[in-house]
Design a protein around this ligand. Sequence first.
Ligand code: MG
Length: 414
Amino acid sequence: MPKSGRSRPVRGAGRTSSRLIGPAWDAPSPFAAPLAPYAASDATSRGRRYAEPAHPYRSAFQRDRDRVLHSGAFRRLVYKTQVFVNHEGDLYRTRLTHSLEVAQIGRTVAGRLGLNQDLVEAICLAHDLGHTPFGHSGQDALNHCMRPWGGFEHNLQSLRVVEELEERYLAFPGLNLTFETREGILKHCAPGNAAGLGELGERFIARRQPGLEAQLANLADEIAYNNHDVDDGLRAGLLTVEELAAVGLFRRHHAGVRRLRARPGRRVLIHEIVRRMINEVVTDLVATSLHNLAAAAPGSIEDVRVRARPLVGFSTRIAAEHRELKAFLRHGLYRHERVLAMNRQARHVIGALFGLFMDDARAMPAAQAARAARQARRYGAAARARVVADYIAGMTDRYAVAAYRRLVDPRLDW
Ligand code: MG
């Protein structure tokens, strides 16, 4: 439960503050603001579902970050598609490199806003743990298969991974992360689902905001994928520099780089533009959020949570430019024929595996088959289907392809 709503500036993180270890080398970065009163801290945390003693030299959020990093679901992100299927090329973003870029942007901004960098990092690293193989087409396919049994949503699945599916502790299921990290992982939630999520679901019903670290992680995700999808789309040849010049943010930095050198090499030109776009958007996010925070002057994280509107955000101009870029990517990249062809293949693989495991749970490994039988006995068909969905969602792209070849059709060409 929340301790008091009283604001008090907290340096370090409660009882496990770095001051306990004390030497000069852990002084805060000169570029990072001290932890602000509205930041999350050990002292004001709503804590974990299963009580645990504090660690002697790691804050609660450092431990959350470390637990995510050591989880099996995190390691599997390396072979999960962001937009391009993993084996299409070694340089494309995967869910893992995407998550690392999100965490980097999140930490940088958190430092400037006086927010809890470790919490932001934990949320960013965990935010995509629930993604299926094959990116959004995988999620759409699994959602379609699961429609009679409550559907499938990757964001809710990320929460399931950290609350239930990771098996690493004797004392509890999942990773037993703090409320603040789980609050950040659950970015959005339909009101129908929110009712079943206890205190995590309350804000979606009351239309309130999460803590600032969660607000920031959400935007860091957006900044990372918008910009790296430009880079990956150009690399794949699905987008061209000329087409992208239709987008204001890109056009401005393209012109800026060309003013410095008339004919830069293509790779350098692209990297310079993407780097400058990220820098401008991030700098705007810092300035606008600092302005919002100064105007609202929240005294604590609870003060942030009772608001109807987020305080971390872009200026009107950058928000509009970001939307323009997003719309361009939706048409030019996500609906490109080559991406759509991959999506069709992905839907077919996911649909076939789901049908197969629903017909015969023993086609899954023994542990999943036993769990499916147990859940069916206790809770019925929907619980059994959820076990199948959990198993498929946990697959990497290449694991899913191998399973399809072994169980359905060895001739799959992918
Ligand atoms: Mg993401």
